[in-house]
Design a protein around this ligand. Structure first.
Ligand code: HAM
Length: 423
């Protein structure tokens, strides 16, 4: 644990920061995410972190944990209510409408990477500032889109060599079939009102679905025999869901149907899903999302079907982190005298100009200490030049793994280094 001096300033509680060398791993995973999504035709959106509060109350829903208890909301200097975004979907929809993206292209596939803010109780895998890798597709109502996204996510986990992630899916129906299910569920819950937690009791009349996903043990118990939404789906929703399941079967993507999967945000219609990993403990959802065919219109745009997901970056790294190698400088240039430093500096500049990663210390540290640092940085080779090497006109090249050392004449340094970078 780091010891803080009294007058030092710390981050806000639960705000997660990523330091080296972990930040190298994050970059690699982020690059892999970008490559994968761009391969599937997605393009990046970089959006505002701060939004009018109304954007979230209208999209996520007034009777959800996020809006009721978890938003960082404040008045700015002109008394406008602003909120640090608790998730990305609402902002992407806001941008989709604001920039009329639907007019530019019939299908829009957009992704984002960045921090989200929720005032939750910090614990393992749960932070108040956390990061998401997310994506949203607009303009495609077909179940093929749902399947494509799920397959792509599963592929991402495979690329990162993450095993043991289970996909759960459900359908929440649409405006045609959900109202009658809500009524059924409401009557069922009213009979058991006394065993529900205060939140579920309060939300019971306006938003009974929340009880299905409440973590409170007495609520869980109370909803065991509750009506199941997938038994109330209209023919179109039923068809959409069974076609999706059929496609997932065709491509061999395993899934479990979980009829309690209602998600903590109100905008979903039809498909919802979560990728769960037991290894994560209590906060076991590594990615989640679904279809939200009404939200674009509800936020003032033209009716447009949409489907998306977000991956929790911290949770993803808990599953993938240690398996990923750090990206390290290939070569450490190690001078043992001022004249050696003078000789190596132009080489160092040249290597870095060619985007070949190298390090060079300016502080005249001992050989031992410079080699120790190179080891810590995970460097492949050390190029050592001391007074003896200056006199000889040849540097020592040390393979940091095998400890094998060879001599390279100064006049053939450039050629020799080229080979090392290509190994
Ligand atoms: P969500 O389920 O609220 O969905 O969050 C998605 C993922 O973000 C979670 O599965 C989890 O991995 C991660 N996450 C959520 N809260 C925290 C936290 N406090 N600390 C660390 N990680 C967290 C959404 O945000 C939707 N916008 C997903 C979506 C996109 N639906 C459609 N499009």
């Amino acid at each position: 644990m780091t010891v803080m001096k009294k007058n030092q300033i710390k981050t806000v509680k639960g705000f997660n920061e990523i330091l080296p060398p972990e930040s190298f791993r994050w970059r690699r995973v982020e690059d892999q995410f970008r490559n994968l999504l761009e391969g599937y035709g997605f393009a990046e959106l970089r959006l505002a972190l701060l939004e009018p509060t109304e954007l979230f109350t209208r999209s996520i829903g007034g009777e959800t944990d996020i809006v009721e208890k978890e938003m960082y909301t404040f008045l700015d200097r002109s008394e406008r209510s602003l909120t640090l975004r608790p998730e990305g979907t609402a902002s992407v929809v806001r941008a989709f409408n604001q920039y009329s993206l639907g007019k530019i292209s019939e299908i829009n596939k957009l992704y984002y990477v960045g921090p989200m803010f929720r005032y939750e109780r910090p614990q393992k895998g749960r932070y108040r500032q956390f990061y998401q890798l997310g994506a949203e597709v607009f303009g495609e109502a077909s179940f093929y889109q749902d399947a494509e996204t799920l397959v792509m996510l599963a592929q991402f986990f495979r690329i990162l060599e993450i095993d043991g992630v289970v996909l759960e899916i459900n359908s929440l129906g649409c405006e045609a079939c959900r109202p009658s299910f809500r009524e059924q569920l409401k009557s069922f819950l009213i009979e058991r009102e006394a065993s529900l937690c205060a939140d579920c009791r309060r939300r019971l009349r306006e938003n009974p679905l929340r009880a299905l996903d409440c973590k409170n043990p007495t609520c869980r118990e109370a909803v065991v025999a509750a009506p199941q939404i997938n038994e109330s789906l209209c023919a179109d929703c039923q068809e959409h869901f069974s076609s999706l399941c059929g496609l997932l079967d065709d491509v061999g993507l395993d899934y479990q149907i979980n009829s309690r999967l209602v998600r903590g945000l109100d905008y979903y219609t039809r498909t919802t899903f979560e990728f769960l990993a037991g290894e994560l403990g209590v906060q076991n959802a590594v990615a989640a999302g679904g279809r939200y065919d009404r939200l674009v219109e509800e936020l003032g745009g033209k009716a447009t079907p949409a489907f998306g997901f977000a991956i929790g970056f911290e949770r993803l790294m808990m599953l993938a982190g240690d398996k990923l190698p750090l990206s390290s400088p290939v070569i450490a240039l190690i001078p043992l005298a001022e004249e050696a430093l003078r000789l190596l500096f132009p080489l160092y500049v040249q290597l870095n100009r060619q985007a070949k990663v190298a390090t060079l210390g300016f502080q005249h540290k001992s050989l031992k200490s410079q080699l120790k640092k190179a080891d810590r940085d995970g460097v492949g080779y050390a190029l050592i030049v001391g007074p003896d090497e200056m006199a000889k006109g040849a540097a020592i090249c040390r393979n940091m793994q095998t400890k094998e050392q060879t001599e390279i004449g100064f006049d053939s340094l450039e050629e020799a280094l080229k080979k090392l970078y290509h190994q």
